[in-house]
Write a protein that binds this ligand. Structure first.
Ligand SMILES: Nc1ncnc2c1ncn2[C@@H]1O[C@H](COP(=O)(O)OP(=O)(O)OP(=O)(O)O)[C@@H](O)[C@H]1O
Ligand SMILES: O=C(O)C1=C[C@@H](O)[C@@H](O)[C@H](O)C1
Ligand SMILES: [Mg+2]
Length: 174
């Protein structure tokens, strides 16, 4: 198996954490678009947004997606990667897309515990629990549209990884 795997989902869903463990289990290279962009630009997400607005950040993000997509690579995307139709189509065509799904309350709890504000500047200016409700209401359909597989991101880390491995194995024997 060499197809690129893309993790999509909201902030705090576990794309980076689960993605990194899954890449290790598969012997895949791991790339996180948020980290890749921050290293390339030598700026945090918050700095990019302050200088160029969300539009500038989204442009950079779409370019990063194209740059990092290679065989035997797992790409953990940023929570808003699915906003552009072009990105959703690209990921679906280039590989297998996994949507890590979790309710707003779980996401908000994780983000309150590990805010990482430099990578996660506010999207709406609202308190985090309200923001996640609003973001999921607007994006759920887009995550679903991008995804080949929807996985439960609320399970303990190792269980999420195992369930994704099972789904990928089923895909390769088809
Ligand atoms: N299945 C899980 N169970 C418990 N905690 C988790 C799980 N997945 C992730 N976490 C925790 O939630 C926090 C956010 O996870 P992570 O950074 O992987 O999310 P993300 O989807 O990459 O978010 P972003 O879109 O901001 O990059 C981390 O501190 C991580 O340890
Ligand atoms: O949900 C979002 O729109 C974002 C999620 C993060 O991964 C970063 O890509 C950035 O903070 C934007
Ligand atoms: Mg991440």
């Amino acid at each position: 198996m060499t197809q690129t795997i893309f993790m999509v989902g909201a902030r705090g869903a576990g794309k980076t954490t689960v993605g990194s463990a899954l890449a290790q289990a598969l012997g895949y290279q791991f790339i996180d678009t948020d980290l890749f962009m921050q290293q390339a630009a030598q700026m945090s997400v918050a700095e990019m947004v302050a200088q160029e607005g969300w539009l500038g950040f989204r442009r950079r993000e779409s370019m990063a997606l194209q740059e990092v997509t290679q065989p035997s690579t797992l790409v953990a995307t940023g929570g808003g990667m699915i906003l552009a139709e072009e990105n959703r189509r690209f990921m679906r065509q280039q590989g297998t897309v996994i949507y890590l799904r979790a309710p707003a309350a779980v996401l908000a709890r994780r983000l309150e515990e590990y805010p990482e504000n430099a990578q996660r500047p506010t999207l709406t200016g609202r308190p985090i629990a309200e923001e996640m409700l609003e973001v999921l209401a607007a994006r759920e359909v887009l995550y679903q549209d991008a995804a080949h597989h929807v996985m439960d991101g609320t399970l303990p880390l190792l269980q999420v990884v195992e369930q994704i491995l099972t789904v990928l194995q089923r895909e390769t024997v088809k």
